[in-house]
Every structure is written in structure tokens, then in C-alpha cells.
Write a protein that binds this ligand. Sequence first.
Ligand code: MN3
Length: 197
Amino acid sequence: MSFTLPNLPYAYDALQPYMSRETLEYHHDKHHLAYVNNGNNALKGAEWEGKSLEDIVKGSFGKNAAVFNNAGQHYNHIHFWKWMKPGGGGKIPGEVEKALVESFGSVDKAKEDLIQAGVTQFGSGWCWLTLKDGKVQATKTQNGENPLVHGGKPILGIDVWEHSYYIDYRNRRPDYLKAWVDHLVNWEYVAELFGQK
Ligand code: MN3
């Protein structure tokens, strides 16, 4: 099955003022589309043609950079659109809240560690809440990598490539991360992924 670009689950202007229409138009319509098209080209004739996206991401890591970079970013962005919602950042569903308190000591510490992972990711990449060995961890990866290739399950991820925030925040990545966690995160989707563990 080839990659296809999913529609955004909300209008382009629905995340304002925290993420602008212009950012979403570039990020979804141009950047994500490029990963889809380049991924489909790279997959032609490759051994992972016809496999599930998760299997392609895991299988191509360290073996085929063109397939991995695009498949990884396709996976990351499919979830990234759903990890945001208009009016997000509110109440955290009980079982996720419990897991965050057990793993970090408090919800505030979990958010702080997640933001810190994003702030300290040097260059392009992502920061994550990753489920691994029954605990939630705050982690970071470079470029298109994600926790799947490090033995974890991503339950929340924030894109810290400049294309994700530069139009709205310029070089202020910490402000983007704080606004994202406070106003955009869709905790119901995090709970859905957490429940599939
Ligand atoms: Mn991106």
C-alpha cells in the first residue's frame, strides 16, 4: 500500500493563535506531502513495498536512509496532526495522568521534561512521551527518527523542525513548545494510544 496524505482533522485556521494557517498550509500541504511522494518513490522495488507503515519504519532504520527518513516522517506527521486539537491542553484522562505521576512524580514535571527534551534537541528532530518498559519517558530524536526504532512506543510527539514553528515563533523554540503543551495537545488521542499498549 502506498503512502497517502491524510486530511487535517480540523480547519487550517483552527489552531490560531498558537499555530497559524500559514504554518499548517506549509507544514501539511508541502512538507508532509513531500515525505509522502518521496517515500513512495523510494519504496518502489524496495523490500518493504506492501508492508505496514510501522514495519517499514522499523525495517528500514539503519538500512535504507531514503525509505527510512520519509517513512519515519510520514508516521510522525500522521500522528502529529492528531496530537493537536483546537482548545487542547486541557484535562488529562485519568489513566494517562496516573501514568505520568507514577513515571515523573507529577504532571508538571512530565510536561517540563518533555519541553526540555524539545529545547535541547540540537537541530531538527522531535521530542516525545515514550512508553517503554511500563514507564513513560521524555525522549528526543533527530530528524525523522522516532521511539519505534529504539524499542519504545510514542504516545505523544512534538515536531521541533524549524518548519513547525519558525513562521509563528521565529527562533523562540521554547515559547512554541510551551504554547503547544498548554494550548494544543490532544490528550484524548494520547490516551487512545496509551490504551493500545
Ligand atoms: Mn514537520
